[in-house]
Each structure stands twice: as structure tokens, then as C-alpha cells.
Design a protein around this ligand. Structure first.
Ligand code: GLA
Length: 449
């Protein structure tokens, strides 16, 4: 379904109508919608990058620090792994959908710097060097990310970037043609991090090469104010890890979801074009999530305006996992140009939760999420109960099934059937703002989705 209203006049009308409608809404929903309508200017790192959440592939969760290339050549951290992932991204439809970063994580470096003090890749696992790998990736229309650590050592025990090395390492990455840097924070103090993360932002800018900057700083400081200054982070980093590492399990996904939505009042306002909260990688396609849970991770990450960095083996991914990760409407929602992070708006006693993300063109996304463990649950509600403005009608598309409901009015009751640990996700676009008409016999019931 196309909800995109084209032409300047209509967009403006859409926006005005929403601002007016927001006056009658609940406070949180109204604030979100007003922010969407006004399209507040970005405050991010002024490198012009990551205007939408970065998308691509990151080695860590799936491939960790496996450096045993002798016994495990296909699964170890080597140039071959990144070249093969670049091939898959370029040839299997990922690139066209927006997945473009191929990101190296820890354990790529040799244990010692060279005679000039420069970082060098492990000569056996990266015999052609990082520049050649960047060329390979660029030739396929993709971008290369690399990993560093502000501290004595990386978390995996490889050479880190101490404060006296920040400029040198930024220069090395730029010379290699790197497009994104994840800067971890093992083996450094809070004081060193407070100095080093802004210092690296300046050093990257000074190279003149556009390099997306991902900061792990907040994750090392508990992720919350007053220890974490999100205003400053938004000025120096394009994205930042707020919380613990994701692991290959549903428990891990849930703990991340819990933390991010419990703290949404703090975190949500700081996301926007150029500067994103990062709840960590997508683990869809691995071993820990069921089909329903995989669909839930994708939907909830999209609601959060999270970076979509897959960490799975794209050479062997199942068709069903691929379908989830390649859902066009999902990606369109994730990449919405307004870049407003969504929020949890309802937590029911029945263990159903509802999430809302305002989108451009006065559209929005809703996720109905079940934490239940018994059977598919019939959840009945109305857009009015979810804080939508009265007197409106919507075109609704189910993001996973593709089914359309036309003309859903704010007051209409509807029922969604949500599987255990699964989601139903909707994309909604206002059809027109109607003068509310009370049909004889009350609001109409809609077909089940
Ligand atoms: C930390 C990071 C992870 C990963 C590892 C690498 O734990 O949070 O994402 O980069 O280090 O050692």
C-alpha cells in the first residue's frame, strides 16, 4: 500500500490536520505527533551521515572472536568472511533494500602495532590488508566498517586506542577507506572516555573522510543520566550503544526491550536523523529465536528507529529469516525520514503491549506484542483507545501479512490475534479527517487480521 501523499499542498494539509488533531490526544501521543509534524531539526554530529538508522551487517554476535582459521576457515574472522558477506549482500537483494555496511568487529588486528605505531591487521587472516578489503566492498556498492577500542586493549585483548593514539588511528582508518567506526570502551576509565570519545569525533572529522561514528561510551556508564550526557552524545556520535551486548537468546532480546522501553522517557528524545540509540545487532537467522520471536525483534527494533545491523551467516540464512529481514514495508518504516523513535504506549494486565512510532506524511506504525506463553491471544481495542485523534479514518496495512483494512475509523473496535512472543504490526495512514459520524448501531466492527 502506498500511503505517501505526494505534492507539496497535500503534505502541508496532512501536517496541519495532525497538529489540530493532536490537541485532542493524550499527552505523550500528542507530543510525538507534534514533533513529527514540525520535523524538528537534527542536532546530530555534523558530518551529514546516518540521516536514517544505519543498515548492514556486523560480525560480532554470530562470529565473535573466532580466530581459528586453520580448523574453522569459513567461520573465522578473516578477510574471506567479510568478502563473502559483501558478495551475499550485493547479490541476494540486501543492498537494494538499504543494507550497505559490512562491519568488522573485534579481533581483526595483529597483537602488535607496526614500527611506526600504526594498527595493522593480522597478516595471516587479512593477508591483503584492510585497504584491499575496503576496495572490494566499495566495488560492490557497499561500505566498510571497522572496530576500535578507546583503551589499553580491545575487549578481546587486541591493541586498543589510548588517548595518545586517537589521531593516528583515525588517520589510519581514513587512509584505508573505512566508512564507519565502532569505538568500544574496554580497558579505559570514565575520565579517559570523557576525553577520548569527543577527541575521536574531532579526529574523524579532521581526516576529511565521511566516517559514521558509533560510540559504546554510554554502555560503559550505565546508559542513563546523570552519568550519561545524551545531549553531548548527539553532538559527537552518529549512534551509540546504550546497554548490554545482545546474545543469541530470547531472554537477551527481552532484557534489551525491557531496558529501552522502561527508560524511553530518557532515551527517546535523543534519537533523530544523524544520531541514534543502538539496542545492538539483529540476531534473526541464528539459533536462539523462534519464528515469532524473530518477527518480534524486527518489529520492535523498527519501532525503536534502531540501526539494522544483522549478525548472521548470510551464506546459509533460511528463507523465512531472510523474508523477515527483507520486509520492504518494515524497512521503509525503520528508515522513515523523520527519524522519530517510537514508544510503548500501553502495557496491559493481559501481557499485551502496544508500541507506536509516528512517521512522515502523518502515517504511523503500531506494534501489538504478546508476552504470553499460552496460545494466540485475541486483543480487542480501538485507535481511540490508543490515543489517535477522533474523527479520522485510516488505511491500514498489516506489515507481515500485507493485508489491508480500508477506512478504519478512530472509534471502531478491532481485534488482532497475537501469537505467543509474537507481534502484529500495522502501518497506518490517515485517509482523511472526517467529521465524526455516529453510524446507527454504533461503531462498525472490522474484519479480523
Ligand atoms: C564488547 C562490545 C561487543 C563486541 C565485543 C568485542 O563487548 O559491546 O559489541 O564489540 O566487545 O570484543
Amino acid at each position: 500500500m502506498r500511503c505517501h501523499v505526494s505534492g507539496p499542498g497535500r503534505g502541508e494539509g496532512c501536517r496541519r490536520a495532525l497538529v489540530e488533531a493532536a490537541a485532542g490526544m493524550g499527552v505523550p501521543a500528542a507530543v510525538a505527533v507534534l514533533a513529527a509534524a514540525l520535523a524538528l531539526p537534527a542536532r546530530g554530529l555534523e558530518n551529514g551521515l546516518a540521516r536514517t538508522p544505519p543498515m548492514g551487517w556486523l560480525a560480532w554476535e554470530r562470529f565473535r572472536c573466532n580466530v581459528n582459521c586453520r580448523e574453522d576457515p569459513r567461520q573465522c574472522i578473516s578477510e574471506m568472511l567479510f568478502m563473502e558477506m559483501a558478495d551475499r549482500i550485493a547479490e541476494d537483494g540486501w543492498r537494494e533494500l538499504g543494507y550497505k555496511y559490512i562491519n568488522i568487529d573485534d579481533c581483526w588486528a595483529a597483537k602488535q602495532r607496526d614500527a611506526e605505531g600504526r594498527l595493522v591487521p593480522d597478516p595471516e587472516r587479512f593477508p591483503r590488508g584492510i585497504k584491499a578489503l575496503a576496495d572490494y566492498v566499495h566495488a560492490r556498492g557497499l561500505k566498510l566498517g571497522i572496530y576500535g577500542d578507546l583503551g589499553r586493549l580491545t575487549c578481546g585483548g587486541y591493541p586498543g586506542t589510548t588517548l595518545d593514539r586517537v589521531e593516528q588511528d583515525a588517520q589510519t582508518f581514513a587512509e584505508w577507506g573505512v566508512d564507519m567506526l565502532k569505538l568500544d570502551g574496554c580497558y579505559s576509565s570514565g575520565k579517559e572516555q570523557a576525553q577520548g570519545y569527543p577527541q575521536m569525533a574531532r579526529a574523524l572529522n579532521a581526516t576529511g573522510r565521511p566516517i559514521v561514528y558509533s560510540c559504546s561510551w554510554p554502555a560503559y556508564q550505565g546508559g542513563l543520566p546523570p552519568k550519561v550526557n545524551y545531549t553531548l552524545l548527539g553532538e559527537i556520535c552518529n549512534l551509540w550503544r546504550n546497554y548490554d551486548d545482545i546474545q543469541d537468546s530470547w531472554d537477551s532480546v527481552l532484557s534489551i526491550v525491557d531496558w529501552f522501553f522502561t527508560n524511553q522517557d530518557v532515551l527517546q528524545p535523543f534519537a533523530g536523523p544523524g544520531h541514534w540509540n543502538d539496542p545492538d545487532m539483529l540476531i534473526i537467522g541464528n539459533f536462539g529465536l523462534s519464528y515469532e520471536q524473530s518477527r518480534s525483534q524486527m518489529a520492535l527494533w523498527t519501532i525503536m528507529a534502531a540501526p539494522l545491523l544483522m549478525s548472521t551467516d548470510l551464506r546459509t540464512i533460511s528463507p523465512s529469516a531472510k523474508k523477515i529481514l527483507q520486509n520492504r514495508l518494515m524497512i521503509q518504516i525503520n528508515q522513515d525520514p523523520l527519524g522519530i523513535q517510537g514508544r510503548r504506549i500501553i502495557k496491559e494486565g493481559s501481557h499485551i503491549e502496544v508500541f507506536l512510532r509516528p512517521l512522515s506524511q502523518a502515517a504511523s506504525a503500531l506494534v501489538f506484542f504478546s508476552r504470553r506463553t499460552d496460545m494466540p491471544f485475541r486483543y480487542t481495542t480501538s485507535l481511540a483507545k490508543l490515543g489517535f485523534p477522533m474523527g479520522a479514518a485510516y488505511e491500514v496495512q498489516d506489515v507481515y501479512s500485507g493485508k489491508i483494512i480500508s477506512g478504519l475509523k478512530t472509534g471502531d473496535n478491532f481485534t488482532v490475534i497475537i501469537n505467543p512472543s509474537g507481534v502484529v504490526m500495522w502501518y497506518l495512514c490517515p485517509k482523511a479527517l472526517l467529521i465524526q459520524q455516529q453510524a446507527p448501531g454504533g461503531p462498525s466492527r472490522l474484519p479480523l487480521l
